[in-house]
Design a protein around this ligand. Structure first.
Ligand code: SF4
Length: 228
């Protein structure tokens, strides 16, 4: 199955009744600042280069970010941080990500997520994570030639390691989650992948200094080394 077909299935998914209701309620009620906009209000598909060697895995759409704009990490503070870093590292053609028609293109990079619908308080339940896991598996079956997987936060990291335990193998012991932690792994079609853990660029982390721009730049300069 191609990435395009997988993402068509994602966008029409309704497996998780509570998330279906929540994403629609947020889209209907809106935040005051966006009251004149039409919210996406559906599952958010992966975004980027379908032949990417670099895959980023996030947590889930933000209620008024991706759930509003329909594109991964677009329309909120997390995305501003992430796309600025991708632009500095040469993986994006521009630093701004404001909407699906803003001209942003990713090069050799694709962004996906552990969960594709906005969850209340950014906390999907274990059942919702399990329900959405198939899509991540399908994407990594379609993406051959992946060299680096950047996991943005602990939940994304756990999701990818769940996938590895089912379909892949470890070439080095799994590193405990920490910013910059690396593990050498492989998947069918991608025999030499490095997983690179990063703190999530959430407002909670960036406002408190847990994650700085220098720290995020170090992740992507390491990605550049690994894909040279
Ligand atoms: S979270 Fe995933 S599995 Fe659940 S409804 Fe959304 S797209 Fe479907």
């Amino acid at each position: 199955m191609t990435i395009d077909l997988i993402e068509q299935r994602v966008v029409s998914c309704g497996r998780c009744p509570e998330l279906v209701a929540y994403r629609a309620a947020v889209a209907r009620e809106k935040r005051r600042a966006y009251r004149d906009q039409e919210y996406w209000g559906k599952p958010v598909p992966a975004f980027g280069d379908p032949r990417a060697r670099v895959v980023l895995i996030g947590l889930a759409p933000g209620a008024h970010g991706s759930n509003r704009t329909g594109r991964m990490f677009t329309g909120d503070a997390s995305g501003e941080w992430l796309y600025r870093a991708l632009f500095r590292a040469g993986f994006a053609n521009q630093a701004e990500s404001t909407g699906r028609d803003d001209g942003l293109v990713l090069r050799d990079c694709l962004i996906t997520a552990a969960v594709r619908c906005a969850p209340p308080q950014n906390k999907p339940t274990p059942a919702e994570r399990a329900a959405c896991f198939d899509y991540l598996e399908d994407e990594f079956a379609a993406l051959t030639g992946v060299r680096v997987v950047v996991t943005l936060g602990r939940i994304a990291d756990d999701s990818f390691h769940t996938l590895l335990k089912r379909r892949g193998s470890y070439r080095s012991p799994r590193a405990a989650f920490a910013h910059g932690a690396e593990t050498a792994v492989s998947l069918p079609g991608s025999p030499a992948i490095t997983t690179l853990a990063s703190y999530h660029p959430s407002r909670q982390n960036t406002n408190t200094g847990v994650l700085t721009e220098v720290m995020l730049d170090k992740i992507f300069s390491r990605v550049r080394e690994l894909t040279a």
